[in-house]
Ligand binder design. Structure first.
Ligand code: KIV
Ligand code: ZN
Length: 434
């Protein structure tokens, strides 16, 4: 049962933007160990990578990009050891990335020797800036890079028949390229790899650098889905970055526009401003009445591992995970939250309904005690709640009004947050109990 009431949609006549919602979860691909890892000041060593991999499996990721094996010995050895370690569950498929170059593709296949199943992800940039400035190549030549790579993939796969191979192709810089040219490159790759609806190819459409509002990306996805020949032989994947701060929004709108799969990183790690945050996209699904199929019920454990592996702290206000997101400092918020908890308990509502708390902290393994804090900004609701939780003391209304002055004085004098022990000290002092 989905505990959060799906948001009603509003029918606005003649609207320019269609009334879309997300109706089912996409497939998820974590690229923490590849896009995330390549953006770290100190890339993960094998201990950290193994720990990250185990976390992703625990969270429920079924597709995990584990690295770029042709980048060097560290990556290659890690992937070979992972494949041989037996720690890849049967229902999890690992993915590796390679540029569309013969030697690199061959090395990538070698790294996966012994895997039961794997996705080989090949890419080449297709947009005008890259064609003109980076490669100095014509469109035909750039499409030729994709075709040549696809042929090597096809031939290498045949050399390792014990592995169940799947393929992903990314026209890198998709969102800044001519749409018809991206389709042309994907079609050329499909011609060679001959996907079918039963064994589709993954076509990943990156906003390598986010350059437009998220609705523009969604339009590009919709156009691509409508105009790709043999659309049913392809899984359309999104890969958004966050340069304009709208990586999550772009992924959400892209799913509404018809995509099947979302690539990203936990808490939005990744090149520059990061990839879209998989935690946010996944947990946002609940507001559409959709269970994302990923388990963040112990979010503190997830954060601890991600912070350790990335050596980057999760921001205190990061959606869902941040330390402060279930904390109210202001008196009126505290009061409303307190009433919300009480009403929720009494009415046993089908849906979660607590003012200022869009999600029940308990669903992420956080507890209610941490919700209300008392400082110079808070009113009497806050300390009354803390005393009740900490000491089982239910203060009558008039006593609350009286004691609030003492609490306010202490908060003003100390200039810091008051914890349960401070409030109890003040209480004992005020009423001569000690
Ligand atoms: O951002 C990007 O375009 C990428 C590709 C290699 C998929 O990371
Ligand atoms: Zn990327």
């Amino acid at each position: 049962q989905v505990k959060y009431r799906p948001f009603p949609t509003i029918d606005i006549p003649d609207r320019t933007w269609p009334n879309a919602t997300i109706t089912k979860p996409p497939r998820w691909l974590s690229t923490d160990m590849r896009d995330g890892n390549q953006s770290l000041i100190d890339p993960m060593d094998s201990v950290k990578k193994n720990r990250f991999f185990d976390l992703l499996v625990k969270v429920g990721l079924k597709e995990i990009e584990v690295g770029f094996p042709a980048a060097g010995a560290t990556e290659f050895d890690f992937i070979q050891n992972l494949v041989r370690s037996g720690r890849i569950p049967d229902d999890v498929i690992v993915q590796v990335l390679t540029q569309s170059r013969e030697d690199l593709i061959k090395r990538s296949f070698e790294s996966l020797q012994g895997a039961k199943q794997a996705i080989v992800h090949v890419y080449n940039a297709v947009s005008p800036a890259w064609r003109d400035i980076v490669f100095k190549m014509s469109k035909d030549e750039v499409r030729g890079i994709a075709e040549a790579g696809a042929k090597v993939i096809r031939d290498e796969a045949a050399k390792y028949p014990d592995t169940d191979w799947h393929f992903e192709y990314s026209p890198e810089t998709f969102s800044t390229a001519e749409l018809d040219f991206s389709i042309e490159c994907c079609e050329a790759v499909m011609q060679i790899l001959q996907p079918t609806p039963e064994r589709p190819i993954i076509l990943n459409l990156p906003a390598t650098v986010e350059c437009a509002t998220p609705n523009v990306y969604a339009d590009q996805i919709e156009y691509f889905c409508r105009n790709l020949p043999n659309r049913d032989s392809a899984v359309i994947s999104l890969h958004t970055h966050n340069d304009r701060g709208t990586g999550v929004a772009a992924a959400e709108l892209g799913v509404m526009a018809g995509a099947d799969r979302v690539e990203g990183c936990l808490f939005g790690n990744g090149e520059r401003t990061g990839n879209c945050c998989l935690v946010t996209v996944a947990l946002n699904m609940y507001t559409q009445g959709v269970d994302p199929g990923l388990d963040f019920s112990n979010i503190d454990e997830v954060i601890e591992t991600v912070e350790y592996c990335n050596q980057i702290p999760v921001h205190q206000r990061h959606p869902y995970g941040g330390e402060l997101v279930f904390t109210a400092f202001s008196g009126s918020h505290q009061d409303a939250i307190k009433k919300g908890f009480e009403a929720n308990e009494q009415q046993n509502d089908q849906y979660w309904r607590v003012p200022y708390l869009p999600i029940d902290p308990a669903d992420l393994g956080r507890n209610y005690e941490a919700v209300i804090r008392v400082n110079s900004q808070s009113g009497k609701g806050g300390f009354a709640w803390v005393l009740e939780q900490d000491r089982g003391l239910k203060l009558p209304k008039r006593m609350q009004a009286h004691f609030s002055k003492a609490v306010q004085r202490m908060a003003d004098e100390t200039g810091r947050e008051l914890n349960a022990a401070d409030i109890w000290d003040a209480f004992q002092h005020e009423y001569h109990l000690s």
